[in-house]
Design a protein around this ligand. Structure first.
Ligand code: TXA
Ligand code: MG
Length: 324
């Protein structure tokens, strides 16, 4: 049985983490599936609960930059980014310190580690009370859509984890931006909740990981989480829809196209923040409701490729990619 803990039960959630149990918790981006990052068995349990390939490393969560930088080497760029964006939706990939407490399995054996200080008050309270780095991927079964409510978490992981801490819906709705600072120039590994433009305003030009199609062709992925098919609903996904068929479920952006069997609006007014916050809930809802109504696929209206739209389009491209 998975316990559902209220916002007043953070101490209980922290105690479970200290015992090596797995606890899903809210962050400002999506729910994380947390475990003690220093405990190899807890970390192995995270991979098992998600059904996640062991070569895909986890992000470690900390209550503040000082705690994070005790486990990784932070250069001036990392410190400037932390001062500007933490707590927040930015994950930094940095070299592990020799004294790093995080179990090697959490980092999939790499000599780098992804670290983040989340902005959700319940997450920060939990991390402070737990007193250790908490490894946490998104709290969904591997390959499925990330959870932005406790109900989403339970849909995939009920009975597989000790508890979920209920913080309601996640305000940002897409995962953190992942930035690799281990080379000479910063490289954007995953677009996310902090816009690349905001990072470039601080650091100057930021390199991009291979675009999806090129990455798929070369199979030389810098970040295993950049695997092409991801966030996959069970219905096929058609992108760039300018019209909609009667047997399609519609994911709308701006004024909805007429004629869909079922429709979910990301943002009627075309607001990218609202759209990001409603993205994963919409994919889940359309998948269930569309299947119930016998729809053949989900059609997605175009979303502008600026600001948070880059992260939204990245997730949609993965949802639409050919399945393994
Ligand atoms: O918003 C988020 O980032 C959420 C919340 C829970 O914090 N977490 C999340 O974790 O999305 P996950 O495991 O679903 O995605 C982590 C991403 C993956 O793409 C992974 O490959 C990449 O970060 N990553 C982790 N460690 C890395 C490393 N050392 N080098 C390169 N990429 C890394
Ligand atoms: Mg994930």
């Amino acid at each position: 049985m998975t316990a559902r803990l209220g916002p007043g039960e953070v101490a209980r959630a922290a105690a479970l983490l200290r015992q090596g149990a797995l606890v899903a918790f809210p962050t400002e981006t999506v729910y994380g599936l947390g475990g003690d990052a220093t405990d190899g068995q807890a970390v192995a349990g995270i991979f098992a609960a998600k059904g996640r390939p062991h070569f895909n490393p986890l992000i470690c969560h900390y209550p503040d930059a000082e705690a994070a930088f005790a486990d990784v080497h932070a250069d001036d760029r990392a410190r400037a980014l932390a001062a500007r964006f933490w707590p927040g939706a930015l994950t930094l990939v940095l070299p592990r310190r020799p004294t790093c407490r995080v179990d090697l399995l959490a980092g999939a054996g790499l000599d780098t580690l992804a670290v983040r200080v989340p902005a959700h008050p319940l997450a920060l309270d939990l991390l402070r009370q737990a007193g250790m780095p908490v490894a946490a991927p998104s709290a969904n079964r591997s390959g499925q859509v990330s959870p932005t409510t406790p109900e989403h978490v339970l849909d995939g992981l009920s009975g597989r984890i000790a508890a979920v801490l209920d913080g309601g819906a996640c305000p940002v709705g897409v995962e953190s931006t992942v930035l690799d600072l281990t080379g000479t120039g910063p490289v954007l590994l995953r677009p996310g909740g902090v816009e690349a433009e905001a990072i470039e305003a601080l650091l100057g030009p930021v390199g991009r990981a291979l675009p999806l199609a090129a990455a798929a062709a070369s199979q030389s992925l810098r970040s295993p989480g950049l695997m092409l098919s991801h966030y996959a609903p069970s219905l096929p996904v058609r992108l760039g829809a300018r019209s909609v068929a009667a047997d399609e479920a519609l994911l709308a952006f701006g004024p909805a196209l007429p004629g869909a069997a079922v429709a979910w609006s990301l943002s009627e007014g075309g607001d990218l923040r609202e759209a990001a916050a409603r993205l994963f809930a919409g994919l889940r809802w359309l998948d269930a409701e569309g299947a119930r109504q016998g729809c053949a696929r989900i059609a997605v209206m175009p979303v502008p490729e600026t600001g948070l739209g880059v992260a939204i389009n990245d997730r949609l491209a993965r949802a639409a990619a050919p399945r393994p």
